[in-house]
Design a protein around this ligand. Structure first.
Ligand SMILES: [Cu+2]
Length: 151
């Protein structure tokens, strides 16, 4: 009986995790304490219905904003705050320099190369996904290993 309950619990956890969007290659640029950090990542949604990133929190930032850089016809780039970023069912969306990015306002700690910046992403489905941005100069070469148990 105890074994059956454990199996059921494990299945429930796996199901919940599988439906939430997944984070790949989260990275952040080095930044000094008190300044604004920039974060980039890829969100994929292999299993769930269409979802959208609606918020992000980090213990190292008082406020995290979702921004989008766009280029005007005249070649001038500008940043605008967006309230949500859609993650289509079966699709993916990439945050990268020159496009969507996250702004970590008022860093309480300096971000040096090799550090990690913890954060929790909130989606419109209600899913909350914890991740860690690796501080570096570019995207990590390989996706970070996930915490999912092996089958
Ligand atoms: Cu920005």
């Amino acid at each position: 009986m105890r074994l059956l309950l454990s199996v059921l619990a494990a299945t429930l956890v796996a199901t919940t995790a599988a439906a939430a969007p997944q984070v790949e290659a989260a990275w952040s640029r080095p930044a000094a304490q008190g300044t604004t950090g920039a974060g980039f990542l890829t969100l994929s949604n292999p299993k769930g219905p269409a979802d959208a990133l609606i918020g992000i929190e980090s213990p190292l930032s008082g406020h995290v904003m979702i921004h989008q850089t766009t280029m005007t016809a005249g070649g001038v780039s500008s940043m605008a705050m967006v309230s949500q970023v859609p993650v289509p069912a079966g699709g993916r969306v990439t945050f990268s320099p020159g496009g969507y990015h996250l702004m970590f306002m008022g860093l309480t700690k300096a971000l040096n190369v090799g550090d990690t910046l913890p954060a929790t992403l909130t989606f419109s489905s209600g899913a909350k996904v914890k991740t860690a941005f690796v501080v570096g100069l570019t995207t990590p070469a390989a996706p970070r290993p996930t915490a999912k148990p092996a089958h």
